[in-house]
Design a protein around this ligand. Structure first.
Ligand SMILES: *Cc1c(COP(=O)(O)O)cnc(C)c1O
Length: 446
């Protein structure tokens, strides 16, 4: 396996793109990342012609791998050739909004934007405007895009910006609590209840190893926000239309948030985001209300066509079942390998997401464990060792994962996400054979 073309491209890139990339995590691979030439079903081919099974899958937006179904392809082509955009409304935006509103019970209206970041920015603005309060509660290890309100580190009310360039005054309005910690949630509402505009939470921490909620956690957040007239905002940018199929993670967990942010899958591989909720909240956005929100590219016809046709195709075919089945095969297979070769590690994930977290110190015994990876089952003997928070994931062997394990998997022809924290995605294009090859590679690499 040679990488000369990728090395030359990275060398050129370093002169014109800071760090050689356009999004930080892409450079996590050392000494330089493979440059992709093209995709093919569940595979990518790099600039040197090496072929890999691809579990990165754009880091979330691709339901069909690199094999766009014909009706989706046709819709993209026709909208691209007819415009491509106008700065005036089009029917396809209405149709896409109708589709989402029909499938997601908490959503009556949507505002489409161009990224998940834009969606969470606008959701925070709306929550603050609606409540007349400034504080937003987030989870440590949660991710809501590259935005000022949520890029914080530190604990509780002692938060500071996690990046230079963000004024401390933003962090002063952000309260960061550990995911899955009901006591911390109660405490933050006891201390700050009448100042909290909303709780912004991923239904599953999906950018920090994949951490599922413990039983009752989201119910607690729902109750606390209701009691204090704050909004519960589910960030479903990654879980939306992936976890729980067309009803999203909120349907799977039976929780109705006040606002939902979407992104990734709803654009069918093109840049997208959206905020959704009941009309009484959504109509506070301009022009029906006075909370300013706008975007030149928002509701872009090509994106809308790609997203809508992707979701329609999933509604009419066994897409989510196929993805779920392969996900289960992967998680079960991984659990067996881990039991043999690395008993302290933890298999995580659900539906079409999977990850092996290099946790330390779990018991050797696999008796009565959660079969398909950690499901936060309280009577599982490994329960206490299964990551509950972002910090639990970060306490794993993250360097070993990235420096030793990842390159070995790549040499075996399997492309995993760039570090211990990013999720891996199963798509409709993946096959049983891809799963088998991948499990063999894990056996070699662990
Ligand atoms: C990816 C992601 C975002 C940010 O979306 P971008 O399109 O990268 O701006 C926000 N929230 C969650 C949960 C995400 O996974």
């Amino acid at each position: 396996m040679t990488h000369e073309q990728s090395r030359d491209l990275y060398d050129r890139a370093l002169s014109v793109l800071p760090g050689g990339v356009n999004s930080a995590v892409r450079a996590a691979i050392e000494p330089y990342p493979p440059f992709v030439e093209r995709g093919d079903d569940g595979h990518v081919i790099d600039a040197d012609g090496n072929r890999y099974i691809d579990w990165v899958m754009g880091l979330g937006p691709l339901l069909y791998g690199h094999d766009t179904p014909q009706p989706v392809e046709a819709a993209i082509q026709s909208h691209a050739s007819e415009g491509p955009m106008y700065g005036m409304p089009t029917e396809i935006e209405v149709e896409h909004a109708e589709f989402v509103a029909r499938h997601v019970p908490s959503v009556e209206m949507l505002r489409f934007v161009n990224s998940g970041t834009e969606a969470t920015v606008s959701a925070c603005r709306l929550a603050r405007a609606h409540t007349g309060r400034d504080k937003i509660v987030v989870m440590q290890g949660g991710y809501h895009g590259a935005q000022e309100t949520t890029l914080v580190e530190g604990e509780y009310d002692d938060t500071r910006p996690s990046s230079p360039g963000i004024p401390q005054s933003f962090a002063d309005e952000t309260l960061a609590i550990p995911f899955n910690d009901e006591e911390a949630a109660h405490r933050v509402f006891e201390d700050y209840g009448d100042e909290i505009a909303g709780v912004l939470v991923e239904p599953i921490l999906a950018n920090y190893g994949i951490v599922r909620p413990v039983d009752g956690y989201h119910e607690t957040l729902r109750d606390l926000t209701d009691e204090h007239d704050s909004l519960l905002i589910f960030d479903e940018v990654i879980t939306g239309f992936r976890v729980g199929g067309l009803q999203c993670a909120q349907g799977k967990f039976g929780i109705e948030p006040d606002l939902t942010t979407f992104g990734k899958l709803i654009g069918g591989g093109f840049p997208v985001g959206a905020i959704g909720g009941p009309a009484r909240l959504m109509e506070q956005f301009t022009p029906s209300g006075d909370v300013f929100q706008a975007g030149t590219f928002s509701g872009h016809p090509v994106t809308m066509a790609a997203g809508l046709e992707s979701l329609r195709y999933a509604a009419e075919h066994d897409v989510h079942d196929h993805i779920h089945d392969l996900g289960e095969q992967l998680r079960h297979g991984l659990a067996e390998i881990v039991e043999e070769q690395a008993p302290s590690y933890t298999v995580t994930g659900t539906d079409g997401m999977f990850k092996l977290v290099f946790t330390r110190g779990a018991p050797d015994s696999f008796e009565d464990h959660c079969e398909g990876g950690c499901a936060q089952r309280e009577d599982c003997p490994r329960y206490d060792h299964c990551p509950k928070t972002g910090a639990d994931v970060a306490a794993g062997e993250t360097d070993r994962w990235r420096r030793v394990f990842w390159p070995k998997m790549k040499d075996e022809g399997v492309f995993l996400s760039q570090n211990q924290f990013e999720s891996q995605f199963v798509t409709y294009a993946h096959t049983d054979e891809d799963v088998e090859t991948t499990l063999e590679a894990y056996k070699e690499a662990l």
